[in-house]
Design a protein around this ligand. Sequence first.
Ligand code: ARG
Length: 468
Amino acid sequence: MSQKDKQHKPWGGRFNEATDEFVEIFTASVEFDRRLYHHDIAGSIAHATMLQKVGVLSKSEGDQIISGLQQVRQEIENDQFNWSVSLEDLHMNIEYRLTEIIGDTGKKLHTGRSRNDQVATDMRLYLRDEIDALCGLLLQLQTGLLDLAEREADTVMPGFTHLQTAQPVTFGHHMMAWFEMLVRDLQRLQDCRKRVNVMPLGSAALAGTTYPIDREFTAELLGFDKASNNSLDSVSDRDFVIEFCAVGSLIMTHLSRFSEELVLWTCAQFNFIQLPDRFCTGSSIMPQKKNPDVPELIRGKTGRVNGHLVALLTLMKSQPLAYNKDNQEDKEPLFDTIDTLKGCLRAYADMIPAIVTNKSQMREAAMRGYSTATDLADYLVRRGVAFRDAHEIVGKAVALGIAEKKDLSELTLGQLQQFSVAIDQDVFDVLTLEGSINARNHLGGTAPDQVRAAVKKARLEQLALRNQ
Ligand code: ARG
């Protein structure tokens, strides 16, 4: 970063001394807001086009500004742009360079706008693109989950409540539970996008501008759904950043929950699944180790994303209208949230299809812990026993199983009949794992046929979304 001549400060007219060197660095945002350059230039080109249309800029002035901005963009992309901290932020860096390239006409670009509406516009344009990219990653991960769920629709595993064996479920059903969480995340992103896609440009510093601007025209050029309603609100509002980060926190919360399960399932005591070696690392001291670093790290990164949300809420909580310099602090939390989400979703999208299930291990685990006890109770109810009594009867049968170190399906008919005369030979059909899962064959149930139906329905819904 170069320190350009202090005389060049675009706002320097009323100042009698140069900015303190530390203050200059302290107040500058160019180190991090440069990432908005593409959207800043797009906004400026649209603004200049509008000024040209309404006659505030002549045809030739508008054309010069637009081609100058295109050159600036090229320079930035070719890494030939000399960013300067003393020009504070990307907006003034770009305008300064534009004026170097095309001369004094460059100074007319800022007519009828302020950095306050400019930066709010940049943030919205940028976030809109990032939301679209994140939706693409979410869809990719969802497809991976649907494929895995279909592949493992018949795979039996123990289902848990309180992390204690509860009832058998299918691995496919479990994957579809994760899928449902991501469906809501995608919907939330799409909903958030509607409020992002509103154009603040034209609000100028806070009160609007005296020039005959055409905000609808600029909004259309930039692909915004509409221009904002109130200039004071437009320059000060960062709800859209907070809302996005809240959505991001929920996405991370889901990924963190998935991660926790992956970590559990890969440990020797569960041994339900294997992650491919390329997603794991070893230990420098313990040669046997294969650590699930990727899910662990994603679980850990949830903390920083939640932290950014709290930072942004706190940033806004006491701000009077309209723009305040505080708002410059919205960028780093937002940028880091986006980077983190992209990295985590990408890792998940790669990792999920590569999961290998240990079917016999899961089956054995489902056999332990009396996961079909509820099935036995339901069987008794079907034979006229009241549910509370059935519960008691099965409880006693379980106690016998524990004493004998046997699953319910391994007790003899005679042993089971000690507890209820309602029990018959056909009881063994319901005590098997397959009997248990196939019996839950209704919308939202764990039966393999339901999993396959859920996958099919989800694929159609995804297709409709992609074609939107
Ligand atoms: N760098 C500033 C920000 O990110 C741009 C707007 C500055 N406006 C001002 N009046 N100082 O918020």
